[in-house]
Write a protein that binds this ligand. Structure first.
Ligand code: NAP
Length: 308
């Protein structure tokens, strides 16, 4: 088993909540250093920038990028140009063209680029995909709603261009439906509700269709609470499926499907290790392209100003 030396960049909420524990629990990775403008991680060497880290730590083989999407393209270019394998947090970029450019860089350099979609590793996702493969679909309804003040306190970047607004959590649902539905889906129309003092939407309503004409209705809302609702309902000719709790609970015809313990980030690191071993990239931009389409076709409505 080859141990891969890695660095973690952008130490904030997701790096501390998920990446550090997942790496610590995986003996195939050796966390050597971190780079963050302000934060530091105990027990490893810390640098204020990725550039300083790469200069001082030439032996590092792989870099996992956890900062918000806006600075990620420059960081990924720097890491790939230095010959490192790269894992991108979701969304893989602030826009589509930068992800395509990164993929070309990685392929040219022979490095592994992995655009991670953690929600695809939620426990019920593969079982849902398997069940849906044999079904005659009639309608899909996504409800992905939460309280922005609870889940994104103080995150100003999320309201700026490239921050995606309510699509930051919503893209997790899109990453799941692009995995579990048996056919490709296309956007038909979208409505974006944008606070009068912000750039990005606080809510969005999308109408899509699959290639057989099955309607897909997607509702994202950040004005919801106190309990979040992260669920995908699929009605078929013979029954119904509900994937809830962000993909970690599955019922089929009201019967609970037995699933194991939550393992999204350990599974992501496992997948990245396998990809590096095989010399492959995994760059799926379909969830981000649906978001881009929602902005391209979006009817904008101005709603009440958002004050944290
Ligand atoms: P965050 O805590 O607001 O930001 C992460 C860290 O990135 C910050 O603490 C900051 O550390 C650094 N950073 C912020 N802006 C930067 C900039 N302009 N340039 C360089 N570094 C910057 O965000 P997060 O919640 O961890 O989310 C980061 C990414 O993970 C997002 O793409 C998000 O969609 C994804 N994600 C988040 C969650 C979640 O539950 N929060 C779940 C899954 C995925 P320094 O000040 O030390 O540089």
């Amino acid at each position: 088993m080859k141990k891969i030396s890695i660095a973690l960049i952008g130490i904030g909420k997701i790096a501390r909540d998920q990446h550090l524990p997942a790496i610590a629990a995986d003996p195939r990775f050796d966390l050597v250093a971190c780079a963050s403008r302000n934060a530091k991680v105990d027990g490893v060497r810390n640098y204020p920038t990725l550039e300083a880290l790469l200069e001082a730590e030439p032996g590092i083989e792989a870099v996992s990028l956890c900062a918000p999407p806006q600075p990620r393209f420059a960081q990924a270019c720097t890491a790939l140009a230095a010959g490192k394998h790269v894992m991108l947090e979701k969304p893989p970029g602030a826009c589509l063209s930068e992800v395509r450019a990164l993929e070309e860089m990685a392929l040219t350099a022979g490095r592994t680029l992995f655009s991670s979609w953690h929600s695809r590793y939620a426990l019920g996702v593969e079982a849902a995909r398997t069940w849906l493969a044999t079904q005659d679909l009639r309608a899909v309804h996504v409800r992905w709603k939460e309280d922005v003040r609870r889940w994104h306190p103080g995150q100003e970047w999320i309201w700026e261009p490239g921050g995606l607004g309510v699509f930051d959590p919503g893209i997790n649902a899109l990453s799941i439906i692009t995995r579990i539905l048996p056919r490709e889906i296309a956007l038909v129309s979208s409505t974006l509700s944008i606070p009068s003092n912000r750039q990005m939407p606080i809510a969005a309503d999308l109408r899509l269709t699959d290639t057989a004409g099955v309607p897909v209705h997607v509702e994202f809302d950040w004005r919801h609470g106190p309990r979040e609702q992260w669920e995908i309902e699929v009605r078929t000719a013979d029954g119904a499926m509900l994937l809830s709790q962000g993909g970690n609970r599955l019922t089929i015809d009201d019967r609970e499907v037995a699933l194991g313990a939550v393992h999204e980030y350990p599974a992501l690191y496992s997948r990245w290790h396998d990809l590096i071993g095989r010399g492959e990239c995994d760059v799926d931009v379909r969830p981000l392209s649906l978001v881009a389409d929602a902005f391209l076709l979006g009817q904008r409505e101005r709603v009440e100003a958002f004050v944290e």
